[in-house]
Design a protein around this ligand. Structure first.
Ligand SMILES: Cc1cc2nc3c(=O)[nH]c(=O)nc-3n(C[C@H](O)[C@H](O)[C@H](O)COP(=O)(O)O)c2cc1C
Length: 214
């Protein structure tokens, strides 16, 4: 039974672009068959608390004797990691907020990136190795080569580092650029480009959902 873990993080409940694109992925996934299930987490509506202690960054056997984790936080960490490990595919809606990812997504990452459990430390522990993850990165501006803000995107490189390099997941990035073109008068001329970016993203996630779910 192929299972998708779908995370949304946009703080916009009305017109979020990342939510619309991840929903399109999820709908395509569902359309592949009744056995294609989805676990949904809205990290904006139900944010994980900040790590209450750095002890949670380490597997229990790697903690020092004075590093103690509250049981409820440890239970949440186990729930989040188990959910991720048992999913076949991870889908993440990741808007750009102040050139980085939403703090709710960062908090989730802090719970699931754990030496000795999800990344190797004293043993080759890597339960997420090769698991596909599709990141939908929505951003008001554009950050590609040749644009004035090239190099200022600290969302995609961060997610590639932690999900791909550290956890060993297979990362697929789908960007939606210029989402503020319809709101900011000075960007009005970029509206056709923004619309094309959204259309490309919808097409990319539908292809990815079909490929990864088949
Ligand atoms: C708190 C906040 C910070 C933002 N910071 C940036 C930014 O640094 N760069 C950018 O290009 N757009 C920025 N934007 C615009 C969002 O990236 C854009 O509206 C995007 O579409 C948000 O994703 P969503 O449509 O899924 O909510 C910001 C928006 C908000 C609400």
């Amino acid at each position: 039974m192929p299972q998708l873990l779908h995370l949304d993080t946009s703080a916009d409940p009305v017109s979020s672009v990342s939510r619309a694109v991840t929903a399109h992925f999820s709908d395509t996934w569902h359309s592949l068959g009744a056995d294609h299930s989805v676990i949904y987490r809205d990290l904006h509506r139900n944010p994980p608390p900040h790590l209450p202690t750095s002890a949670l960054h380490w597997a229990p056997h790697l903690r020092t004797s004075d590093e103690v984790a509250p049981p409820e936080a440890e239970a949440l960490q186990k729930e989040l990691i188990d959910e991720l490990v048992s999913a076949d595919v991870l889908l993440v809606g990741a808007p750009m907020y102040n050139w980085s990812v939403p703090s709710t997504l960062k908090a989730w990452i802090d719970y699931i990136h754990v030496p000795g459990i999800t990344v190797p430390f004293d043993a080759p522990t890597r339960p997420l190795e090769g698991k596909p993850v599709v990141v939908v990165s929505s951003r008001g501006d554009q950050y590609g080569p040749g644009t004035p803000e090239f190099g200022a995107d600290h969302t995609v490189p961060q997610l590639q580092q932690v999900l791909g390099k550290a956890l060993g997941m297979e990362v697929f990035i789908v960007t939606v650029d210029l989402t503020l073109a319809s709101r900011v008068p000075a960007m009005a001329a970029l509206t056709p480009q923004a619309e094309a970016s959204l259309a490309d993203a919808r097409s990319a996630v539908s292809d990815l959902a079909t490929r990864l779910g088949s």
